[in-house]
Structure formats: structure tokens, C-alpha cells
Ligand binder design. Structure first.
Ligand code: ZN
Length: 238
């Protein structure tokens, strides 16, 4: 299988929790034309626009500062918004009714803010099991991301148990990407995930900048797509 426009490779990203550090992260993505899926927790959106002074020493406490509700539509435009529940619970412990409320209430708010149906999902705390997969399926969720670095470039057998290639802090990030781009295999996917607040706390935005620069050198060979675009393309073409 070739990807869109006959490209051999595709790249997708998935970033969680919707903290204010997404603002700086999205500026970087847009500079390189790279697409990302953002998994948002609608129950904790702020009412005000909190700003961080980036010259400050990184402060652990700032990691959970969430974006304001009224900036969601504009901020994430051109990328994808997906569900990460209303309150970020440990989902294996929930009843089906509780799962339904966490997922569907989140999708409803996110749909109002973005204008489109939300059928993608990321598991809070990376916690899932077979029962939860079935429950999400019954609610019309079509893909759901886990947190185990596969360190490979395959398309998942089951999109409701979709593991990424690696986290941006994986020390093999650049090696993995070089392996990905040097291989002749068609239809491969590089899937990066993380949280933008980690870049703030660890002050390692340069890791992403270096990765994006490397990726952009190969932009003619790689389709930059959101998670949902990858899912839809695979369903239509495989
Ligand atoms: Zn999360």
C-alpha cells in the first residue's frame, strides 16, 4: 500500500492533555507543516488564558495548566482534536455507564468547540483492557491510542489498541527515524507521541526541533497526517 499522493511513508503525532504548552508546540508543528492529533480533557478547560513566562526555570506545578475553552477551536485548527475523557479517570475501574459519560460528554463538548464529530480517543494513564476496547467500540470510537513504544512502523491490527512507534524522549528517536526513512518498505507509519508539558518541564524543545528539521528534509517522501486521516486512509485502501 502506498499512502496519499503515492508516498511510501506517513508520519502522525499524538499529544495528550491539552496544556497551555500546546501553544508553543503547535507553532513548531505549523512551521514544518507537520500534523498532530490532540487528546483533550474537556472537564478541566480553564476560563482564563493563563500565560507562562518561558524564561522562567521550569516548574513542575505548571504541567497541568490546561488551555481555555474558548481558545480550543482556533488553537487546534488544521490538526485533529480527539477525546481523552471528561476527567482523565482510571477507566478500567469504571462501570459501562461511567465510561459512556466520560467519553460521550467529552466528545459532545469537543464537537461544539471544533465543529466536527469526535471519534478518536487516547486512553488516560495508558490504561485499557479487552472490556474497555469493546465498550469504546460500542460507543462508535474508531481508534484509541496506548502508550507502549513499539519501536516499529506497522499499521495496527486493531486500531482500538494502537501503540505508537515511540515517545519523543525515547533515546533512539533519531535512529528509529533514520531506519524508517532508509527502508524501502511501502505503507510504513512513524507514530510519535508525548505531552507538550514534558518539553516545558524537561526544557528539551530542541529534541523536537531537531526531529522536525530531520523530518522536513524528507517531506516529499512522507505524508503528514492526523490519526484520523491515517485511520480513514487505511480503511479505504487496505
Ligand atoms: Zn493524559
Amino acid at each position: 500500500m502506498l499512502w496519499k499522493d503515492g508516498k511510501k511513508k506517513a508520519l502522525t503525532l499524538s499529544y495528550d492533555d491539552g496544556t497551555i504548552h500546546d501553544r508553543r508546540f503547535i507553532d513548531m508543528l505549523n512551521k514544518y507543516g507537520i500534523k498532530c492529533t490532540f487528546n483533550l480533557i474537556s472537564g478541566v478547560f480553564r476560563d482564563d488564558h493563563f500565560e507562562v513566562d518561558y524564561s522562567e526555570t521550569p516548574i513542575e506545578d505548571h504541567k497541568w495548566v490546561i488551555v481555555a475553552k474558548d481558545e480550543v477551536g482556533k488553537l487546534y485548527e488544521g490538526h485533529e482534536v480527539a477525546s481523552h475523557t471528561v476527567t482523565h479517570p482510571r477507566m478500567n475501574a469504571l462501570s459501562f455507564d461511567e465510561v459512556k459519560t466520560e467519553v460521550n460528554d467529552d466528545r459532545k463538548v469537543l464537537k461544539e468547540l471544533t465543529g466536527y464529530e469526535i471519534n478518536g480517543f487516547a486512553y488516560p494513564w495508558g490504561e485499557y483492557d479487552d472490556q474497555l476496547i469493546q465498550r469504546l467500540d460500542s460507543l462508535g470510537i474508531v481508534y484509541a491510542r496506548n502508550v507502549e513504544d513499539r519501536q516499529d512502523f506497522s499499521i495496527p491490527e486493531n486500531f482500538l489498541s494502537w501503540n505508537p512507534t515511540c515517545h519523543h524522549d525515547n533515546p533512539d528517536l533519531i535512529n528509529l527515524f533514520n531506519k524508517f526513512i532508509e527502508s524501502d518498505n511501502e505503507g510504513e507509519l512513524f507514530y510519535l507521541w508525548g505531552h507538550s508539558f514534558e518539553l516545558y518541564i524537561n526544557n528539551n524543545w530542541d529534541v523536537l526541533e531537531e526531529f522536525f528539521k530531520l523530518v522536513s528534509l524528507h517531506k516529499d517522501e512522507i505524508w503528514f497526517a492526523t490519526n484520523m486521516e491515517i485511520y480513514n486512509y487505511v480503511k479505504e485502501n487496505k
